[in-house]
Design a binder for this molecule. Sequence first.
Ligand code: RIB
Ligand code: CA
Length: 317
Amino acid sequence: MGIRKKVIIDTDPGVDDALAIAYALKSQLLEVVALTTVFGNSQVDQTTRNALSLIKFLNADIPVYKGSGNRIDGSNPSVLASSQAGTVSYFNSRPESSMGEMNAIDAIICCLETARDSISIIAIGPLTNIAKSYQKSPESFKDKLERIWIMGGAINTYGNISPVAEFNFYSDPMAADIVLKADIPKTLVPVNACRKVVMTPEELKSLSGNSLIEDLDGLVGEYMRYYVNQERLGGAVMYDPAVVGLCANPAFIRKQIPLYVRVETAGELSLGQSVADLRPNSQNKPNVSVCLDLESAPLKSEFYQALSRQNQPNWSK
Ligand code: RIB
Ligand code: CA
């Protein structure tokens, strides 16, 4: 087995986040060094509790650092939490691992500065923590950051939280725009690609023996029903596991193009929209590599294999 790619996962668990974290932890290609939490699918206190319980459940010995509860401009996103499937407090009554001492912003900087070799970031929530860490210490992102893999945006297609916006970008458009403008290696995985990774009800049933799926107490089923109705793709879009799969296996990228992408931070109808400059004669220098298509079959196969390596939880139900 080759050297595992070291990753920090910045996350707002969230059902698909939970599955993505389990995938990353059980992947033979990744080494998760830390989780950093952010608001999004729920308030940051809840996403942090979910992350702590998930880590405990998965018997993972990794630190969880609590991050931003408000958007980078200080505004309160509380209205968001009721607007998205995966708004969950699924592990409330469960034991939790202990929270890391630092806040997520300093933890991201510290991980980058103390890493022996390169480290990647998998960003599967609103980009507030990443934007704040970059603003606080851009130099920390220079040497050791291999790449940041971002779940966000909708490139010239419909959104999932508004006609034009994807949830993570919509949740903190200013942070998303700051990260896209940042001079760091980044790959954006928008809904265009994620919608190719759909867990069907039949596949969920075939995972029914999996202790994580079981312990999510039917929340994956609830998430499934929400997305079957919302996205009409015959199953649940596995947004966050798709990004984990691509970070672990860049060869699963079927189509990617360098683009100049910004995020609308002021529009009434278009708030959070990812605006890509697709003009053939664009004078804008590309700022991100955008994955527009992926190999869903091998990615899903690896995802489900990783979930099946899930050992039993370390407490009785
Ligand atoms: O738009 C999908 C994204 O928003 C996913 O990361 C999901 O977990 C939510 O955070
Ligand atoms: Ca997420």
